[in-house]
Ligand binder design. Structure first.
Ligand SMILES: *[C@@H]1O[C@H](CO)[C@@H](O)[C@H](O)[C@H]1NC(C)=O
Length: 292
């Protein structure tokens, strides 16, 4: 009986979550800080149609080759096959290195490159095989970029992350105003947690909400006001290694996989102007924005 009630509660929960995700929001999305965003890309990689259907709807799978630079010891070859259905979610993989000179890696980027400010979240599990970088970031150039990165070679990789508004260095040294190296004691990124950043004109606020290794909930937030991007951008997720002993380390000796259950991007763009959005919302009777 108890388990039947629990099952019913689960089904109700699932149905209402799907309705929120599927609902149209002509007056935009209001986040927990009260900011309103005009548009959304909601990628539910756990959906019945499969993770790749959600990828194909809004993202492009990278096939770029990135040759060695600096102190790297291998090239990067992004390959379609490394973006795959994995355990009811999306897998992004850097393959076990085969000594061919290039590491097979995974990257998806949004079809859109007109994203300007927003609130970006993913629920994911980090790779635990050493020697790769897992990134969740906006990008349009090397100086208009804001990143969450996880380095699987860190001994405390499951509670350590790197928040950077690029460039993260000044004269070759880490710029502590632009690059924050954050440890979240007790966090366990190998369980599914929510990593997020909110991009506003004056600041990027990076945050984490998940569970501790003892199962308690845990949150953390870090704001960077330097080098906040001002240019419309793409959104990117990737897992890569170039064998650089100073950063990615590796290449990995076994497949290193990030598992992503969802990515929710709520944002403004240069394509849907404030006035067009206002017209759209008026036409819908100025209903309340969806809460996100
Ligand atoms: C995003 O768009 C909304 C609605 O047009 C606007 O109120 C808000 O100021 C915009 N946010 C930013 C950071 O530009």
């Amino acid at each position: 009986m108890a388990s039947f009630i629990l099952l019913k509660a689960l089904i109700l929960c699932t149905v209402s979550a799907t309705q929120v995700l599927g609902q149209s929001c002509p007056c935009g999305y209001k986040d927990s800080s009260g900011h309103v965003w005009r548009e959304a890309i909601v990628s539910t990689f756990t959906q019945a149609a499969g993770a790749l259907a959600a990828v194909n709807a809004d993202w492009i799978i990278a096939t770029d080759f990135e040759g060695q630079g600096g102190t790297s010891t291998a090239d990067i070859q992004y390959v379609t096959a490394n973006v795959f259905q994995h355990q009811d979610a999306l897998g992004l993989k850097a393959s076990a290195y085969d000594n061919s000179g290039s590491v097979k890696c995974a990257e998806i980027f949004t079809k859109r490159s007109d994203i300007l400010y927003g609130s970006f979240r993913m629920q994911a599990q980090v790779p635990s095989v050493p020697g790769v970088v897992f990134g969740f970031f906006t990008y349009i150039s090397d100086t208009q970029e804001q990143d969450i990165e996880f380095l699987s070679s860190d001994s405390d990789y499951y509670q350590h992350l790197y928040y950077t508004n690029q460039p993260g260095t000044v004269n070759g040294d880490v710029d502590p105003q632009a690059a924050k190296n954050v440890e979240i004691p007790g966090a366990d990124f190998t369980t599914f947690g929510v990593h997020r950043f909110d991009w506003l004109p004056a600041a990027t606020t990076y945050s984490y909400a998940g569970t501790s290794d003892s199962g308690a909930s845990i949150t953390s937030s870090t704001t960077i006001t330097k080098n906040v991007p001002t240019t419309p951008s793409e959104f990117i997720l990737n897992v890569w290694s170039n064998g650089d002993p100073q950063f990615s380390k590796g290449p990995p000796v076994a497949d290193a996989i990030a598992t992503v259950q969802y990515v929710h991007l709520y944002f403004n763009s240069t394509t849907l102007s404030a006035s067009s959005f206002s017209t759209q919302c008026n036409a819908a009777g100025n209903i309340a924005p969806c809460s996100v």
